[in-house]
Write a protein that binds this ligand. Structure first.
Ligand SMILES: NC(=O)c1ccc[n+]([C@@H]2O[C@H](COP(=O)([O-])OP(=O)(O)OC[C@H]3O[C@@H](n4cnc5c(N)ncnc54)[C@H](O)[C@@H]3O)[C@@H](O)[C@H]2O)c1
Length: 233
């Protein structure tokens, strides 16, 4: 029997492409998606979703729907989320509910129905403005973009008021959680990286201080193998 990958939020932009890619690699694919209006309008299953996908309509916060979607699954890719930095700043309850309670509901179910591997999509938003370099060559991790008048430079300024230069941002950069969306995505990461090693493996995303995804291997037991690591960032 082929492995069965469950993609939460799999009717969305990334999920539809991922579903096709997994099918092409020989997986069976199931999607759990509530088809939110903001993304899908009237709520019809999107045309871009491969017809070979087993589509399950449901909310990732609904424990019953999650348990049904998990039946027989060997892999999970968790993409279901409210997506957007700006909107998260006024739709606070909705973002926290879907992104964090939804992830908690999924992991609660995974304790009872473990899989070989779980992948969670994080977001670059957890790095805030990313890394900047000053004229003097100093690297700045906590750049803040202040309101600008028209014609003024857009990039953040250094202590002397000179624009700084954006530079590539590695995943080891300290988080800079400047929006509700960033907070909720970081929570998804940490929940994954806390529970995976506690339940299923001693080395989930080894060495990753600020990982974008996490993986867990086949559980040997449904009780924690080791106490939770704490304080690692
Ligand atoms: N697109 C990007 O550039 C980007 C960048 C970084 C991270 N991500 C992350 O990748 C994931 C997928 O992003 P996307 O661009 O495909 O977003 P999308 O909005 O196109 O897809 C999200 C899907 O989740 C579904 N959904 C929303 N709430 C749900 C709920 N409560 N229960 C079940 N399904 C629900 C939506 O109906 C939608 O189909 C998200 O977790 C997002 O945070 C996306």
């Amino acid at each position: 029997m082929k492995d069965l990958a469950l993609i939460t939020g799999g009717a969305g932009f990334i999920g539809r492409h991922l579903a096709s890619a997994l099918l092409a690699r020989g997986y069976r694919v199931r999607v759990l998606d509530s088809l939110i209006e903001q993304v899908h309008g009237a709520g019809a299953v999107p045309r871009g979703l491969d017809p070979a996908v087993d589509f399950v309509a449901g909310d990732v916060r609904d424990a019953g729907a999650v348990a049904r979607a998990l039946a027989g699954a060997t892999h999970v890719v968790h993409l279901a989320a409210e997506v957007g930095v700006g909107q998260s700043m006024y739709a606070v309850e909705r973002y926290v509910s879907v992104n964090d309670c939804g992830t908690a509901t999924l992991f609660q179910a995974l304790i009872e129905a473990p899989v070989k591997r779980v992948v969670v999509a994080s977001s670059m938003s957890i790095y805030g403005e990313g890394l900047y370099r000053t004229h003097g060559g100093a690297t700045i991790e906590d750049a803040v973009r202040k309101p600008r008048k028209p014609g003024e430079p857009w990039d953040p300024l250094d202590a002397e008021g000179r624009p700084m230069r954006p530079v590539p941002t590695p995943e080891t950069k300290r988080p800079a959680l400047a929006s509700v969306y960033a907070l909720t995505k970081y929570m998804q990461e940490r929940l994954t990286l806390t529970l995976a090693p506690a339940y299923w493996t001693s080395a989930a995303s080894p060495g990753a201080s600020v990982p974008r995804s996490a993986a867990s291997r086949s559980p040997a037991t449904s009780t924690p193998r080791r106490s939770l690591r704490s304080g690692r960032r």
